[in-house]
Design a protein around this ligand. Structure first.
Ligand code: CU
Length: 288
């Protein structure tokens, strides 16, 4: 019995040690997850800013309603309790109260509805995009086809560079080891990028919080979203659908560069891949 107790203690101590060591090694990743980051990432697109504003606004509205409702409830409970000899008031079927509790929620709903509708309409406006990229989800990687705009014809798979054997061996890995890919999606800054999503196999989700983009990739369907990155840098997202056992290992890495850098990247890619001709409609990315 004593031995069992010792084993339990040792297991708990080693588990705490592992958790402690893992925690100490974690650092914030610019453009990606932050230590103790429990909320939105820093928004770098007008849409992401809008979405964060909506979220903040809704939380403040909820907080206000909560304070008023619970405040009135607790005030009534303490102020008008039976031990104080309170006698219940008779204001049911009061027209004034009924008007108030109809009008006030309508005003609150309108206050929420107007900015939310504006955002949803803006999210659906795919016109005037500078370029279009098709993002194809596959178990467990993303395929990118540059469909329209400069770079048309570029096509590649983006796969995790860290082998899973290293991940599970607990080696001393870089900070972004579950987010680093062999080929990043390269796009120019301050340009409207249209993303069309689809899937090769199961449901995947194209989700990059800092750019305000979340669109499911569904087999047999083509859906679209867009973003305009306002700052250069590398931004990290992940598949937002539980798509299989390596779901956590299919990150989305978007490298936002200046226009000259983008043109240079396109020229370099085309030079290295002279066969990168524009794809036929509906063609899957070539496995290069
Ligand atoms: Cu997935």
């Amino acid at each position: 019995m004593k031995a069992l107790h010792q084993i339990r203690l040792a297991t708990a101590a080693s588990l705490l040690g592992v958790v402690g060591a893992a925690h100490a090694a974690v650092e914030s990743l610019p453009g990606g997850p932050q230590v103790l980051g429990l909320y939105f990432q820093n928004p770098v697109s007008p849409m992401a800013k809008e979405e964060k504003f909506l979220m903040d606004m809704m939380l403040w509205v909820c907080l206000g309603i909560g304070i008023v409702v619970f405040g009135a409830m607790f005030y009534s409970v303490f102020k008008h309790r039976k031990s104080k000899g309170a006698v219940s008031a008779h204001f049911h079927e009061s027209t004034k109260v009924e008007i108030a509790w109809t009008i006030i929620p309508i005003l609150i709903v309108i206050a929420i509805l107007v900015p939310a509708t504006r955002t949803v309409i803006a999210q659906e406006n795919h016109s005037d995009s500078f370029m279009t990229v098709k993002a194809t989800g596959a178990q467990w990687k993303w395929g990118y086809d540059y469909m329209a705009g400069p770079g048309k014809g570029i096509s590649f798979w983006s796969t995790l560079t860290t082998p899973d054997s290293e991940i599970y061996e607990g080696k001393d890995l870089p900070n972004n080891f579950v987010l680093a890919v062999d080929h990043e999606l390269v796009v120019p800054v301050n340009k409207k990028i249209k993303i069309v999503t689809t899937s090769d196999d199961v449901l995947h989700g194209f989700y990059v919080n800092a750019l305000g983009v979340q669109m499911d990739a569904i087999p047999g369907f083509v859906r679209s979203t867009w973003f305009t990155a306002e700052k250069t840098g590398t931004y990290y997202g992940q598949c937002a659908q539980i798509c299989g056992k390596y779901h956590a290992f299919m990150p989305i890495v978007i490298k936002v560069v200046t226009m000259p850098e983008y043109e240079q990247w396109v020229a370099q890619w085309k030079k290295a891949h002279p066969d990168s001709t524009p794809p036929a409609d509906g063609a899957a990315p070539s496995n290069t």
